[in-house]
Ligand binder design. Sequence first.
Ligand SMILES: C[S@@+](CC[C@H](N)C(=O)[O-])C[C@H]1O[C@@H](n2cnc3c(N)ncnc32)[C@H](O)[C@@H]1O
Length: 263
Amino acid sequence: MNNNFASRFEPLFNRAYTRDDFFYFVPREERDYNKEWAKRLVEDRIIYYRWREDTERGGWKRFEAQAARITAHGGLILEICAGPGAGFAPAVLMKDYNARICLSDLCPTVLREWKKLFDGMDNRPPHVEYTALDVCDLPFADNSLDVVSGSAAVINIEGDRDRALREIYRVLKPGGLFAFDLIFVTKEYAHTLPPEALKIIKARFPAAFWDTLAVFDGLGFSHTETIRTGEWSNKDDESTLADLCRSLGVSLTFSALMNYCVK
Ligand SMILES: C[S@@+](CC[C@H](N)C(=O)[O-])C[C@H]1O[C@@H](n2cnc3c(N)ncnc32)[C@H](O)[C@@H]1O
């Protein structure tokens, strides 16, 4: 473990934890329903290939603007729902290899794979830590972090998403930054769909229609900036949602929004 950097996070924890290869606030064992995915993550070396794509082939540049904002803010960064791509973290590291980032996820295998990758590098990023946690119950003291960031994170939170958002607000320092992106079907686009098809899709996939802004009204951020970063259609996508849409003779256009919220 990179003891120097770990010691920056340790005083911020607000409860007991297990410290092994890194910090655990959830069981070391993978949850039953996640075991198969976790196994594939390791066997197919998904994280290794994602990192290579991002760094050697320049994939990180899709997040260049976001990384510039996050590194300009600086300080202690918590990347939530890091997953196989680690969200904005690779781009942030490409901008500033000295960035101080704690990768976090509910899935310990994700973090073990990231740690294995970085530990095996000759020039590993010097200030990266790993914490297995539930973003709905963040184990940090109030007002302790400078940045919370997450890409494709908020939409994928398992559990009570509103609670997670309140937790993120709580742990940020005053002036701290919450940077996250979201893809969802806007109300304007939804209203162009045949009403019966819309009703069926919405009943099965409510999160696809989740409108961030309403939830944020009550959190207390002093400043929120939302930037539309593009549109994407699920016409040719391979997913159960896309299959359902095709069976109903429609496709969905998603708007991608980047949000910067300052506490
Ligand atoms: C599809 S990934 C998100 C994409 C990811 N940021 C990336 O760049 O690849 C979703 C991740 O969120 C994690 N996750 C879901 N619910 C969570 C929670 N309540 N707390 C922490 N992590 C969570 C999952 O374990 C998974 O690794």
